[in-house]
Design a protein around this ligand. Structure first.
Ligand code: SF4
Length: 389
């Protein structure tokens, strides 16, 4: 396999989707399947590896940047045999130039981690773990249909520490049925005792067709009111910032210097490749998305066909638009100079008529060089982002 040449500029990100879980959570509409046989999982990884090799073959003409982030997401990457993850990393290292200091993350469900897996992830070069806790209270984990308990989370933390992981993120959720603000605070207080470098705090989004949505629609479960959910979000923000975390993106907090380098690529319109079922990528100013159908994904690759459907190459106006609505997710905002460096003009030229009313409405703030969301803008983020579409 050819080694690809390296260009200057931002590194390339790689996302690998592992669509298997022990059991489907009640709120989940991601591309994931529970209780698949080892044969299905093996075939899936064979297809995934074929897709990676195929990409390299088809893009030999491009001088790809070196890879500086790799992210195994899901699904539950920690649910599959560790050998599949090791083999995938070996392949990525073989066909791409992966930088020595690349950030390599794996998502972990606490109910699926073993000492062997933790040790072997570390040995394989994974240096960042993203642990899906969601809530500290077992009654909430049960409502969510998570396979793990609070005790599993504690054990997973011990295993990760023992294996030498000191860079890890924990996912928590607010706005859950039956959740009180005291539950949220107990969760974040408990989590920071494990010294994570990063926390993601997501609001529950009810996806239609999921068991959770049906329970809420039929009145079996009640969600907190919207203002209560916002109160939870701000309580987390206040607590974590007092503890020295930086709230750097709507849902993301980190210790200084520990932003998710991979996720930042999404918000800064940097190229990344998505491999695997339903994975998305952005490459050469073009977005693409893979088939969401597991059989179709594997069959296409078996026939040596690409599972990707490409959007048209983005026009400069579309790139500007994405730069704005993705970039404004970062709470540090968007520097006018950075926009000018990329597009040759200020964002006030194409978007002045969009920006001004948002400033007047108190959703955006402009300090003469940076445009960013106000706290009120964070509460109405979607309204702001949609204005740039
Ligand atoms: S572990 Fe994640 S991907 Fe799997 S079912 Fe639960 S929410 Fe969905």
């Amino acid at each position: 396999m050819n080694t690809l040449s390296v260009t200057d500029g931002p590194g390339l990100g790689i996302y690998c989707h592992i669509p298997f879980c022990l059991k489907k959570c009640a709120y989940c509409d991601f591309s994931s399947f529970s209780r698949q046989s080892e044969a299905v999982i093996r075939d899936y990884f064979a297809a995934l590896h074929k897709e990676i090799r195929k990409f390299i073959e088809e893009n030999k003409k491009f001088a790809l940047p070196a890879v500086d982030t790799i992210y195994f997401g899901g699904g539950t990457p920690s649910a599959v045999d560790v050998r599949h993850i090791e083999a995938t990393l070996l392949l990525l290292n073989e066909v791409f130039q992966v930088k020595d200091d690349a950030e390599i993350t794996i998502e972990i469900n606490p109910g699926t981690l073993t000492a062997d897996k933790a040790r072997r992830y570390k040995k394989a070069g994974i240096n960042r773990a993203s642990v899906g806790l969601q809530a500290w209270q077992d009654f909430l984990l049960k409502i969510l249909g998570r396979v793990h308990s609070q005790a599993d989370f504690k054990k997973a933390m011990e295993l990760l520490k023992k294996a030498g992981f000191n860079n890890f993120s924990v996912d928590v959720m607010v706005g859950l049925p039956g959740q009180k603000i005291t539950d949220v605070m107990e969760t974040v207080q408990a989590v920071i005792n494990y010294a994570p470098t990063h926390l993601s705090c997501y609001s529950l989004i009810l996806e239609s067709g999921t068991p959770m949505a049906n329970w809420v629609e039929s009145g079996q479960l009640d969600l907190p009111e919207e203002d209560e959910e916002r109160e939870m979000h701000w309580a987390v923000d206040n607590f974590l910032t007092r503890q020295g975390f930086q709230h750097y993106e709507i849902s993301s907090f980190c210790r200084p210097g520990y932003e998710s380098r991979h996720n930042v690529k999404y918000w800064e319109l940097v190229s990344y490749l998505g491999f695997g079922l339903g994975a998305h990528g952005y490459f050469n100013n073009q977005r693409y998305g893979n088939s969401n159908d597991l059989d179709e994904y594997c069959q296409l690759l078996e026939m040596d066909k690409s599972p990707a459907i490409f959007d048209p190459v983005m026009s400069p106006k579309e790139q500007m638009s994405e730069w704005m609505f993705l970039g404004l997710r970062k709470l540090g905002g968007i520097r006018e100079d950075d926009f000018c460096a990329r597009f040759g003009e200020s964002y006030f030229v194409p978007f002045g008529e969009v920006i001004q009313p948002l400033i007047t409405a108190g959703l955006l703030a402009w300090n003469g060089s940076v445009l960013k969301l106000t706290p009120r803008g964070q509460d109405f983020g979607n309204q702001v982002f949609m204005a740039f579409v």
